[in-house]
Design a protein around this ligand. Structure first.
Ligand SMILES: [Fe+2]
Ligand SMILES: [Fe+2]
Length: 670
């Protein structure tokens, strides 16, 4: 039964004489609280005047949980009941005064009942609040785990969060590794992957142990159930596992309570084990000296088992996802490099170009990412975006696989077959001239006019013509050499252009002419002179268009690949690698900073630079880095290239970086 406390004068409240010793009388809230010793439920019958005197104090006391210990009733005259309830809405009930013994008895029993119910409700509420708290904490952890894609960081996070949620001082994490199967038995291993300890320094090195029941982690992995050990030095008798004390002996630590939880993936297979060590009363305490372990370390609870268990299964799924993602990335990576080697098989002359452009562009992106202010200040790249840039750069010229080989590999302004046709033609023309000379001599001699002076004039005229023809051939050969700008071929070209040429609009037309017709002159067709008139490189307009089509091809190819979300811009970045800020690029003639992605603008600079300095292009001489930078600077001045990006490129001199050289070396060996 509940104890009775009268707040006010007992004689005025109770009917008749109160039983001696059974009633405590207090006169204010302070005295009331002091007399609540917490041993049992109490019924307080209060004089409304006393409640009035300290109304806010009573309200606060009840709001803070006073009702767990005491039931507060106001003693009123029956006629005042409603008014008292209005004034003191916080009281639990009213009793008519004077309170008779029978009434008191009933109220005491009810008070006991009410306090019991209030306590049960409070406990339930607390349980619900704790569960809600745990669930939201688990949820938060789940979100953090699924956001982490770096496997090593993820494993650290799993162990850290498992320790935090259970209050464990230390912990380790093991992963199951499946060994080869022989005789239907698999030699599985447990890889000791990670260790954390808040009290002593851990020297950590990964190693593997056999997955069997002799280790506590192995036992948990094989049984698939959590293992809760109160003292690692006092294992239950008959336990197949043991706990190594080597670490404790070397570090002066003391492993006591342990909770070992298997990590199960979505198929319920155990993929690892989280081992939690020494649950502390207070998570912040450092277990040093070792005697602190005695007072501070307690066994893990069933709630810990539950929490660590559900965290471990979330962790397993996050780990599997991260691994899957890594596998997909590896797959992309291998695919991209295989594609690069396919381009280079096709176009051996530019071998290594894609790799170099990728290394230069990523190197430039890193420098740009570090720029703090100015136009490039806001430009930042995540690791995924860096990888995206690398893939786009590696594949930027992939479309060259669709360009005809003779155009792709064209070294001189004339294709090899055309040049040999011209050589034959000129040999024939030379021979024809010689025949003409001989015929003229014979005619003269037969006509009896073959005196020495006449014959010498024929010879001289013929020799003059021969020289003329040879000069034309020489001019063709000189002009045929590709070059960026060269005075010699320029002169040769001028000489060719002054000659009459055969009209006709294509090589096919020229091929149809017989040698006799060619010998009558002019010796060159308009098409040939046009081909030789190319001022930069070796390609005619038509051939240039064919080569330029590689950009569209690259885009078509890349757009068909189902890139994962973080690489979705690869096709667009590569698509714009020949565009120029002033709209003079191709194929879409994009213009302006908004029209061309910054990644592509960086790639354009790297691409041009590498094409200029590359040693391996047959149709042009490699230029020194300073000369290449000069050409790029000209393009910047003409508004074609991004000035801010070029300034970083110029300053960074990535090609001088030993790391750059090492990577180029490595890619050559690949
Ligand atoms: Fe290209
Ligand atoms: Fe390129």
């Amino acid at each position: 039964m509940a104890r009775l406390l009268i707040l006010g004068n007992a004689r005025e409240i109770l009917a008749g004489e109160p039983p001696v010793g059974a009633v405590d009388e207090v006169h204010d809230l302070g005295a009331l609280l002091a007399s609540l010793d917490g041993t049992g439920p109490v019924l307080v019958i209060a004089d409304p005047e006393r409640l009035q005197a300290e109304q806010s104090g009573f309200e606060a006391w009840l709001a803070a949980g006073g009702g767990m210990q005491a039931v507060l009733m106001a003693a009123t005259d029956p006629a005042d009941g409603d008014q008292v309830l209005r004034r003191f809405p916080f009281v639990h009930d009213l009793v008519p005064r004077p309170v008779t013994p029978g009434h008191l008895q009933l109220k005491l029993e009810r008070a006991l009942e009410s306090i019991r119910s209030a306590r049960v409700i409070r406990q339930l509420e607390q349980k619900v609040a704790r569960k809600t708290g745990e669930l939201s904490e688990l949820n938060k952890i789940g979100v953090a785990l699924s956001a982490e894609r770096d496997i090593d960081k993820l494993l650290k996070l799993i162990l850290q969060k498992s320790r935090e949620i259970t209050g464990a001082d230390a912990g380790s994490l093991y992963l199951v590794e499946h060994g080869p199967e022989h005789d239907a038995v698999r030699d599985d291993l447990l890889r000791f992957k990670l260790a954390q300890n808040d009290s002593v320094a851990v020297f950590f090195e990964e190693f593997t142990i056999r997955l069997d029941e002799t280790s506590i982690a192995g036992y948990a992995a094989l049984s698939g159930r959590p293992l809760n050990v109160a003292d690692a030095y006092d294992l239950p008798s008959g336990s197949p596992y043991r706990v190594s004390r080597t670490f404790d002996e070397q570090s002066g630590y003391r492993t006591r309570s342990m909770l070992v939880v298997p990590m199960r993936d979505h198929e319920n297979a155990v993929i690892g084990v989280v081992q939690l060590i020494n649950k502390k009363r207070h998570f912040g305490t450092v277990l040093k000296p070792v005697s602190v372990v005695e007072e501070e370390v307690v066994p893990f609870t069933s709630v810990d088992e539950e929490l660590a268990g559900s965290l471990a299964s979330q962790a397993a799924v996050a780990f599997e996802n991260a691994k899957l993602l890594r596998d997909i990335r590896n797959l992309f990576d291998r695919f991209v490099h295989a594609a690069v080697s396919a381009i280079e098989q096709r176009d051996v002359t530019t071998r290594g170009h894609s790799e170099r452009v990728a290394i230069l562009t990523v190197g430039l992106a890193r420098r740009v990412d570090a720029v703090a202010g100015g136009a490039l200040g806001p430009v930042r790249f995540t690791p995924d975006e860096m990888r995206e840039i690398e893939y786009a750069a590696l594949l930027h010229d992939f479309g060259k696989v669709g360009v005809r080989e003779k155009v792709l590999l064209k070294e001189k302004k004339l294709l090899g077959s055309h040049l040999s046709a011209i050589r034959h033609r000129f040999a024939y023309i030379g021979q024809s001239l010689e025949n003409e000379r001989l015929r003229a001599r014979i005619e003269r001699i037969e006509a009896g006019r073959g005196d020495a002076a006449e014959l010498a004039a024929i010879d001289a005229a013929s020799a003059g013509k021969q020289r003329e023809v040879e000069a034309v051939l020489q001019a063709v050969l000189t002009a045929n050499e590709p070059s960026v700008v060269e005075a010699e071929s320029e002169r040769a070209l001028r000489a060719l252009r002054d000659l009459p040429t055969r009209p006709g609009d294509g090589w096919e037309h020229a091929d149809q002419l017989s040698l006799e017709e060619w010998a009558r002159g002019p010796y060159l067709s308009m098409g040939e002179v046009d081909a030789l008139s190319v001022r930069r490189g070796s390609l005619t307009d038509d051939e240039r268009l064919q080569i330029q089509s590689h950009v569209e091809e690259t885009y078509r190819f890349l757009a068909r690949i189902p890139w994962t979300g973080e690489f979705r811009n690869v096709p667009d970045i590569a698509y714009a690698h020949h565009e120029k800020l002033d709209g003079s690029g191709y194929p879409r003639r994009l213009s302006g900073m908004d029209g061309i992605p910054v990644q592509s603008r960086m790639m354009t600079i790297s691409d041009i630079y590498d094409a200029l300095v590359a040693q391996d292009r047959p149709y042009k001489r490699a230029v020194a880095p300073e000369v290449a930078l000069g050409y790029l600077a000209d393009d910047v001045k003409r508004g074609k290239l991004d000035a801010a990006l070029f300034a970083v490129f110029h300053e960074a001199r990535i090609w001088d970086d030993p790391e750059f050289k090492k990577r180029i070396e490595r890619s050559r060996r690949r």
